[in-house]
Ligand binder design. Structure first.
Ligand SMILES: Nc1ncnc2c1ncn2[C@@H]1O[C@H](COP(=O)(O)OP(=O)(O)OP(=O)(O)O)[C@@H](O)[C@H]1O
Ligand SMILES: [Mg+2]
Length: 770
């Protein structure tokens, strides 16, 4: 047998070699579950001679799918290619692209993202004349999503809501929303799962085809499957029952998206006779990191107790650093990364946080210090206005049935087709049950359009021309045509602002992406493929490991990944755990946050740093923040808290403080943690040395103490002005366009000869006057 299986422990081998019948691997973080899955695929192909196309492996993110495909390719070579490795959602897209016509869609249906959903919902609420204060688009969409994930149809929702006025209204909205999606030949993300279940349940022959094909099914991160996903697995596996699922009940963090932890806890009931394997050795983290993880998660009640140990070295203690402000915190992290550059590459480091909003301050510090980083999630590239506009043009050219897409671009760039004309067309479309685009082509029959009629005719003509061009153009060339022929590019060029420049760069990036398709000019399906890929770019997909950049992402996106050096930022009560979970009457909400904390801690391989701020701006207001209760749950001996040792009598205080820090660890004075000593606090920081310091923002500016480290030019000592030629270490020579006196520092806008226009903080840019 191939030696690759020697690198597995006995328990992992058991999970790999038990190929027939249902198998559950329930084990803690970093115990090699994912590794066992990839080796199982190799084993099936190499030792059991299973055909690769008879194997289906489901992962949680596209990123994880790509990683698994890579690992499988490494293990079994080219054969691995025909193994079906995908997320639930992309698997469903692939299946529905073949069969959606059976359900009354055309197979080139559109996939709506969150923004599309919101636009549609707002239209529906308006049309139904519902008070937007009482019926909020987001809240309603999340109710509908929850129902869909539990496979509750709008009809069933109607029945269940009988007698309750508000629920009845929501049921009506749900019904209308479904009707509109179908009219637009569109599915939202939840539909992808729901329609696949519908397909399998109503077309047994289709189900049978896939059951025959997927003789061996493997599912990673099974603890986060929801009802619809469970149903898909169950339907596909119920004949052959060769199903292997792996997961960790302590890492179930998607309850808010309908994940149902009972799917993994009841696996043996759903698939009687299942063999259950537990992995207990962690291969990922140091002893110290693992002890911290265990220290936190053991506070959850009613969990399946698991033993998790490691042979790895003890490692450094876990750091906990409390900063004055979120800016200080971000700067402290940036500086710590920079200080450890000789032992850790940028790409070894990840900064994790609870909410996307926290990324802004972090990003600011990364930019100011010229540290390459990659933001995963947040304002996704595809959420940008200009990108969405172009995607909507493509959708209109590909499939005029997507009303929202057509409405988005009909007056972009401005064509003199105003809101009134658009609403006349919408009314006409409604009246005759036609799509918005079809109504546009019928403009001559729409009453009182006036001069807008001719404009609409022009627009329709332009789309028709693009459609005929699309037949013999690559997607890249089609994009270029759209940009030029519609005047979109010219308008941005004429604007000559930084924003328009950025937009043009983003559009270039989209064109680059299209060029990556390498499609032939006459490839009729290339456009659909492109749109599909774009719709499925999950948040975590932008993570490209070859690039040497620090990764910034939410804790949720980090699931399943690992990094040598991890920072968990914003460890503050009310932020993490979230205020909602603290206030919730349901204890399990707080437990879900604790699992999220466990996920975060266990991403770290060698070094973990926990950070928090004493004050933080939330929704424009400065709030005093308490350290997270999760910090207090960690046995104090496991934590290294700079400044904690100032408990010692005066005189020995500083010596004691520094002795608790390892070489290279941030020093109190340089990191804005000086308040530990400065306020004479005698309590261990993690046990609540917290003291509100409302005026801390004014007391000292970050730049002041940053100066010690970076020897910044003091604000005010700029020796260059607007119009001067300057040189930057990285970007080369350029001309100063603008100097703004920002709150913390001067912000300098420079047009670099090579690198283009950049906005920089004066202290860090260190521009040299030429
Ligand atoms: N038997 C083994 N020998 C050596 N290294 C191993 C072994 N099993 C797993 N590893 C390594 O340990 C790390 C964690 O493995 P893996 O990602 O498969 O764990 P996991 O259980 O899936 O974790 P998570 O719960 O976070 O998804 C990886 O770097 C993997 O290569
Ligand atoms: Mg894993």
């Amino acid at each position: 047998m191939n030696a690759i299986y020697d690198t597995l422990n006995d328990k992992q081998r058991e999970a790999v070699f038990t190929t027939e019948g249902p198998v559950l691997v329930l084990a803690g973080a970093g115990s090699g579950k994912t590794r066992a899955l990839t080796h199982r695929i190799a084993y099936l192909i190499e030792e059991k001679h299973v055909m690769p196309w008879n194997i289906m492996a489901i992962t949680f993110t596209n990123k994880a799918a790509a990683e698994m495909r890579e690992r499988v390719d490494d293990l079994v070579g080219a054969d691995g290619n025909s193994v079906w490795v995908a997320t639930f959602h992309s698997s469903c897209v692939r299946i529905l692209r073949r069969h959606a016509d059976l359900l009354g869609y055309s197979n080139n249906f559109t996939i709506y993202d969150t923004d599309d959903q919101k636009t549609l919902m707002r239209q529906i609420l308006k049309k139904m004349d519902l008070d937007p204060k009482l019926y909020k688009d987001r809240a309603i969409l999340s109710r509908i999503s929850a129902a869909k994930n539990e496979l509750i149809s709008s009809a069933e929702f109607q029945t269940r809501s009988a007698g309750n006025f508000r629920e009845g209204r929501i049921a009506d909205i749900y019904t209308e929303y479904e009707a509109q999606l179908k009219n637009n030949n569109a599915m939202d993300f939840d539909d992808l799962l729901v329609r696949t279940v519908e397909l399998f349940e109503n077309y047994p022959d289709v189900l049978e085809e896939y059951q025959r094909r997927f003789r061996y099914i493997l599912v990673d991160e099974y603890q986060d499957t929801n009802t619809a996903q469970f149903k898909i697995v169950w339907l596909l596996a119920k004949q052959h029952r060769n199903l292997c699922v792996v997961g960790d009940d302590d890492q179930s963090i998607y309850k808010f998206r309908g994940a149902d932890i009972t799917n993994i806890l009841n696996f043996e009931k759903s698939f009687p006779g299942a063999s259950v394997t537990k992995l207990e050795q962690n291969y990922r983290s140091t002893k110290n990191i693992l002890a911290v993880a265990n220290g936190v998660i053991r506070h959850n009640h009613g969990r399946k107790d698991k033993v998790l140990w490691t042979d790895n070295e003890e490692g450094d203690k876990v750091n906990y650093i409390q900063y004055d402000t979120a800016y200080d915190e971000a700067y402290g992290i940036v500086k710590d990364i920079e200080e450890h550059r000789n032992t850790f590459d940028y790409k070894d480091c990840a900064v994790l946080y609870r909410t996307n909003a926290q990324s802004r301050v972090l990003e600011e510090k990364f930019v100011a210090n010229n540290i390459p980083y990659r933001l995963v999630g947040g304002v996704n590239f595809y959420q940008r206005k200009e990108i969405k506009d172009l995607i909507c043009y493509l959708k209109t050219v590909a499939n005029g049935r997507d009303d929202l897409a057509v409405q988005r671009i009909i007056n972009v760039p401005r064509r003199g087709i105003g809101a009134t004309s658009i609403s006349k067309v919408m009314t006409y479309a409604d009246q005759y049950g036609m799509s918005f685009y079809d109504a546009l082509t019928d403009w001559e029959h729409i009453p009182s359009l006036g001069r807008a009629g001719a404009k609409i005719a022009e627009f329709v003509h332009q789309i028709q021309v693009l459609r005929s061009q699309a037949q013999f153009l690559t997607v890249k060339d089609l994009l270029e045509h759209i940009l030029d022929d519609t005047g979109y590019r010219a308008e941005l060029n004429a604007e000559k602002t930084i924003e328009s420049q950025t937009r043009l760069e983003n559009l270039q990036e989209l064109i680059n992406k299209a060029a990556d398709l390498h499609d032939e000019p006459e490839d009729a399906e290339a456009l659909d493929r492109f749109l599909e890929e774009v719709a499925l770019v999950a948040e975590v997909d932008s993570l490209d490991e070859d690039e040497n950049r620090v990764v910034l992402m939410t804790l949720h996106s980090a699931k399943g990944l690992e990094f040598p050096r991890v920072y968990l930022s914003g460890m503050e009560d009310g932020l993490f755990p979230s205020m909602m979970s603290i206030k919730s009457e349901d204890d399990t909400d707080l437990e879900e946050e604790r699992r999220l904390c466990y996920v975060g801690i266990t991403r770290a391989r060698q070094k973990l740093t926990l950070t928090s701020a004493r004050t933080r701006m939330i929704n424009g207001e400065t709030h005093a923040e308490m350290p997270s209760r999760f910090i207090k749950e960690i046995p104090p001996l496991l934590l290294d808290v700079p400044g904690r040792a100032v408990r010692k009598p005066a005189g020995s205080a500083m010596g004691a403080a520094s002795s608790s820090m390892r070489p290279g660890a941030p020093t109190a004075s340089g990191m804005g943690t000086s308040s530990f000593g400065g306020t004479g606090s005698s309590e261990p920081a993690h046990l609540g040395s917290y003291r509100p310091r409302p005026n801390v923002l004014n007391q000292k500016s970050s730049a002041a103490y940053m100066g010690k480290e970076f020897k910044v030019e003091k604000a005010g000592s700029l020796n260059y002005g607007k119009g001067d030629r300057v040189r930057h270490m990285k970007f080369g020579e350029g001309t100063v366009l603008e100097i703004e006196n920002g709150k913390r520092d001067y912000e300098i806008t420079v047009s670099f000869d090579q690198a283009g226009v950049k906005k920089l903080f004066a202290s860090f840019a260190k521009l040299e006057k030429l």
